[in-house]
Design a protein around this ligand. Structure first.
Ligand code: SF4
Ligand code: SF4
Length: 391
């Protein structure tokens, strides 16, 4: 994590040209300078220099950023926006509202700690009851609980395979918990291709949630554990947010890391399998955390299913408004982004929505539930696994 002087030096790199503005999803839906990369950089700098009081709009603007990093990709001055945002959030964290701080801490505990997973399962059971009895008075809470209880699927580890190449499946701290279906589907497809899927026994986390929520020490220790274990492995991640974090942290220096779509596309692996036709419209939501090459691979992977019709969102609608822990503490721009997505979904009327990140999946499911619209949201590999023609 940056010291304050480094933070200010980094913010000074921004020449305020505004070229990033049209690429920023929160600016596009709000047309508010504070919701833009340039605005956030100015606010963080002013706050770090003691020129802004804590009660200003800085909390909303820092919280609404989805960390999609579109701004960093287009910035001609190569401003290190990610570092500035993480440092700004760390600096501001003590001034966040008690509710936001508590939700962030609870979310981190439930998702990234092994003990937390036990409590998460209790919450799932409660969610099940709540969804049936409408016990919770808060409609928002009820909706989130309903999404959580939909994630319950029992693990299905494949049998140990002899004499085949081992690949490590990195499910991160919680992707196997929040999205067990994708975890099982990944194991199934990897095994069907003749590889031996291996899942780490240790509880590993890519560190993205802690880093982007202002917990740098926790993020450092999670990163160290993950890299120590994954050292010298062939690693596949199916949650694109985890994959991006591992790659940004240099995992490729010690291990060979692949996003699942890239790995499947390499050597056209999927041509070795047969899939049942799917005569349906599948709408592709490519997460911001996928690089453009990986997003292309995602579409190509999907096209291995015969008869499928692939639909895409308009380019202006790439972000669903989730992003790390922001899903628990959404701001007006995050809600507006989700509403735009849901409106587009209603217009396109797909049969299935496919995405590659657990955060996006939960966000879209939440939006569909709010809109009383029932369309399944699956990971690409889950759709593949469902249509795999068994030998
Ligand atoms: S972040 Fe980069 S693109 Fe955006 S205003 Fe600053 S210098 Fe320009
Ligand atoms: S990370 Fe995304 S949402 Fe945040 S300022 Fe940059 S472009 Fe906007």
């Amino acid at each position: 994590m940056l010291a304050d002087s480094t933070l200010i030096k980094n913010t000074d790199q921004c020449v305020m040209c505004g070229l990033c503005l049209p690429h920023c999803p929160t600016y596009r839906v709000s047309r508010n300078e504070g919701e833009s990369p340039r605005g956030r950089i100015s606010l963080i700098k002013a706050y770090a220099q003691g020129e802004l009081d804590a009660g200003s709009a800085i909390q909303t603007h820092l919280q609404s950023c989805t960390a999609c990093m579109q701004c960093e990709q287009v910035c001609p001055a190569e401003v290190a926006y990610q570092s500035i945002l993480d440092s700004g959030r760390q600096l501001y964290r003590p001034r966040l509202s008690l509710k936001t701080r508590s939700l962030q801490s609870l979310g981190l505990f439930l998702l990234t700690k092994k003990r937390g997973h036990r409590w998460f399962k209790v919450l799932q059971a409660a969610a099940s009851v709540a969804a049936k009895t409408r016990l919770f008075s808060s409609f928002e809470m009820l909706q989130f609980a309903t999404v959580l209880q939909q994630q319950k699927t029992e693990p299905q580890l494949p049998q140990e395979m002899q004499s085949s190449q081992k690949v490590t499946i990195f499910s991160g701290c919680s992707a196997d918990l929040l999205d067990r279906k994708t975890f099982n589907s990944t194991l199934k497809i990897v095994a069907a291709l003749g590889y031996q899927p291996h899942t780490p026994q240790q509880h590993l986390c890519c560190s993205a949630l802690a880093q982007h929520s202002g917990f740098p020490e926790l993020a450092t220790s999670q990163r160290r554990n993950a890299h120590e274990y994954l050292h010298a492995h062939d690693v596949i991640s199916f949650a694109s947010g985890c994959g991006r974090q591992l790659e940004n942290d240099g995992i490729n220096n010690t291990a060979r890391h692949y996003d699942i779509h890239d790995w499947l596309q390499q050597d056209n692996k999927l041509t070795r399998l047969q899939f049942k036709p799917l005569n349906k419209k599948v709408l592709l939501h490519t997460p911001c955390s996928l690089q453009s090459k990986q997003a292309d691979a995602m579409e190509q992977v999907l096209r291995n299913i015969p008869a499928v019709t692939v639909q895409k969102f308009n380019d202006d609608l790439h972000c669903c408004g989730a992003g790390g822990m922001q899903i628990l503490t959404p701001q007006a721009s995050n809600q507006a982004l989700l509403q735009s997505k849901i409106a587009a979904i209603k217009e396109l009327q797909p049969d299935v929505i496919v995405t590659a990140n657990v955060g996006c999946s939960l966000q879209l499911q939440k939006g569909l539930l709010q809109a009383n619209t029932q369309i399944p949201v699956l990971h690409t590999v889950s759709l593949l696994a469902e249509h795999l023609r068994e030998p």
